[in-house]
Write a protein that binds this ligand. Structure first.
Ligand SMILES: *[C@@H]1O[C@H](CO)[C@@H](O)[C@H](O)[C@H]1NC(C)=O
Ligand SMILES: *[C@@H]1O[C@H](CO)[C@@H](O)[C@H](O)[C@H]1NC(C)=O
Ligand SMILES: *[C@@H]1O[C@H](CO)[C@@H](O)[C@H](O)[C@H]1NC(C)=O
Ligand SMILES: *[C@@H]1O[C@H](CO)[C@@H](O)[C@H](O)[C@H]1NC(C)=O
Ligand SMILES: *[C@@H]1O[C@H](CO)[C@@H](O)[C@H](O)[C@H]1NC(C)=O
Ligand SMILES: *[C@@H]1O[C@H](CO)[C@@H](O)[C@H](O)[C@H]1NC(C)=O
Ligand SMILES: *[C@@H]1O[C@H](CO)[C@@H](O)[C@H](O)[C@H]1NC(C)=O
Ligand SMILES: *[C@@H]1O[C@H](CO)[C@@H](O)[C@H](O)[C@H]1NC(C)=O
Ligand SMILES: *[C@@H]1O[C@H](CO)[C@@H](O)[C@H](O)[C@H]1NC(C)=O
Ligand SMILES: *[C@@H]1O[C@H](CO)[C@@H](O)[C@H](O)[C@H]1NC(C)=O
Ligand SMILES: *[C@@H]1O[C@H](CO)[C@@H](O)[C@H](O)[C@H]1NC(C)=O
Ligand SMILES: *[C@@H]1O[C@H](CO)[C@@H](O)[C@H](O)[C@H]1NC(C)=O
Length: 379
């Protein structure tokens, strides 16, 4: 069943909300610098425009999510690590960086960065993303970008009203492709897409139903993003197809189709809380019941991820000297050009350098003073 056009529009705006909600929790973001957008670019002193629209320097500003079009120049953000085929499982967290402030751009070292929240492992080798009343949700993003390719997450969603599980792709200029799961419905998934932060069509958000319980059962959710066609699949079956041509404005040639390199994001987030707009709360299935017996017994809400696989499909295959994607000036159609580059993505000194400290893996942290309790991600 499709959402009504009203709730569709509400649902459409939602993926940006966790970012906005986080802003208030971002220590010193405003102090770092002024706001940035494509008309007011960052200055040379604080060259990088963060995903939250603030100018600054360092790992939290110049790596993943840094907006090239709103930064000081097209080369202010660090190059985006190029796509690599992978099938990532979570038997070990050795390739998850727990503190994004320490990221140096080495995508060969890390598959995912924990941007916020807490994660746990299970004896079956699953990744568990936690959500609590005091600490909020959890989000991880891939270190590498995909510029077309097929991505599959094998996951189990939450089952609580107001708690949303998500597997999405997000580009640095906010092209976005979604699988989202409001927790009050465990037989459905919602698909959606954005072009440069806006929802291009009334039909952008849709619901896929009749799934066996998404909380109890693993399903493979796929985003098959190709240059001319985008498909969403469940367990290998296509449930939705979007043609690039269908969202191309034939008079201007502007294609409102996600078309810039994107990171994979996995998250569980609290949409049913009083600080969210009423429409968001309703879309997510109401206010979160913090007295839920699952929450009481586990001490948190949660979603499981078993694996993430990536099959790249760049328009031309990347030769072995290619390390990254870089943005160029706009092509016709208000879309920046994207090129392969051999620039290193790794930075150890200068404006984009990480905060000092050794980038410990999750295991080092688990084994350390904090024991088995994962640590709150810092922004
Ligand atoms: C861009 O940022 C400037 C400076 O903060 C602000 O005055 C302007 O309204 C912003 N423009 C848009 C389109 O948001
Ligand atoms: C990824 O690898 C795991 C473990 O080998 C396997 O069970 C799973 O089917 C693979 N996923 C995909 C989408 O290939
Ligand atoms: C990046 O990580 C890889 C894998 O851990 C390592 O071999 C390499 O030395 C690192 N590169 C730099 C420049 O630190
Ligand atoms: C999580 O991983 C650690 C380190 O390998 C291991 O000691 C621990 O038993 C794992 N926890 C679970 C629940 O499997
Ligand atoms: C579930 O399947 C029935 C029968 O095919 C169909 O009518 C209904 O629209 C489906 N529901 C959803 C939410 O897809
Ligand atoms: C543009 O033209 C194509 C081919 O005729 C058509 O399928 C598509 O719907 C048109 N795009 C829009 C946004 O109307
Ligand atoms: C979940 O919430 C949506 C949006 O408010 C609502 O339409 C739907 O009926 C709810 N589903 C259940 C099973 O309560
Ligand atoms: C949850 O429990 C607390 C304390 O027992 C109570 O004050 C509160 O009203 C309950 N909330 C809900 C939503 O049931
Ligand atoms: C390039 O395109 C982007 C996205 O539509 C737009 O925001 C920006 O203003 C354009 N820049 C120039 C210099 O045309
Ligand atoms: C990679 O090497 C080839 C062959 O030398 C060259 O043509 C190409 O420009 C290089 N690509 C990059 C991104 O450096
Ligand atoms: C790197 O790219 C530059 C052009 O941007 C080219 O001149 C150079 O040969 C490339 N180096 C390698 C090792 O491919
Ligand atoms: C992350 O690393 C930075 C730089 O070393 C440090 O200031 C911060 O406290 C660390 N965050 C956490 C949660 O450990």
């Amino acid at each position: 069943m499709l959402l009504s056009s009203c709730s569709r529009a509400v649902g459409a705006m939602l993926s940006a909300l966790p970012l906005l909600a986080l802003l208030s929790a971002l220590p010193g973001a405003a102090a770092q610098g002024e706001t940035c957008n494509t008309t007011t670019l960052c200055s040379s002193a604080n060259p990088c425009c963060s995903p939250y629209g603030y100018c600054g320097s360092g790992a939290n500003f110049c790596f993943g999510g840094c907006d090239p079009l709103a930064s000081h120049s097209l080369t202010s953000c660090e190059p985006e690590p190029v796509c690599q085929n992978a099938n990532i499982s979570f038997n070990s967290f050795d390739r998850i960086l727990m503190n994004q402030s320490l990221y140096d751009g080495n995508a060969s070292r890390w598959d995912f960065i924990l941007n916020e929240g807490n994660i746990q492992n299970t004896s079956a080798g699953e990744l568990v993303m936690l959500l609590t009343e005091s600490n909020g949700g959890t989000r991880l993003s891939s270190t590498r970008y995909v510029h077309y390719g097929q991505m599959t997450a094998r996951l189990k969603t939450g089952r609580w009203g107001g708690v949303v599980t998500a597997f999405i792709t997000m580009s640095d200029i906010k092209d976005e492709i979604d699988w989202e799961f409001p927790g009050n419905e465990t037989s459905q998934g919602q698909t959606n897409y954005f072009w440069q932060g806006v929802i291009p069509a009334q039909t952008a958000g849709q619901t896929t139903g009749n799934l066996t319980d998404t909380f109890s059962n693993y399903h493979d959710y796929t985003i098959d993003w190709q240059p001319d066609q985008l498909q969403w699949l469940v367990d290998g079956n296509v449930v939705r197809t979007l043609l690039r041509s269908s969202v191309t404005d034939n008079s201007t040639g502007v294609s409102r189709y996600p078309n810039t390199p994107s990171r994979i994001e996995l998250s569980i987030w609290p949409a049913g809380i009083s600080s969210e707009p009423q429409g968001t709360v309703e879309w997510a299935g109401g206010y979160i019941n913090w007295n839920d017996s699952d929450y009481k017994s586990a001490g948190h809400f949660y979603a499981y991820v078993d694996s993430v696989s990536i099959t790249c499909n760049d328009a031309t295959p990347a030769s072995s000297n290619v390390t990254s994607y870089v943005y160029g000036s706009n092509s016709t159609g208000n879309t920046p050009s994207i090129s392969f580059s051999n620039k290193s993505t790794i930075v150890t000194t200068g404006a984009a350098a990480p905060a000092t400290g050794s980038p410990r893996s999750a295991w080092a942290i688990f084994a350390g003073v904090l024991g088995a309790v994962a640590l709150a991600g810092a922004f």
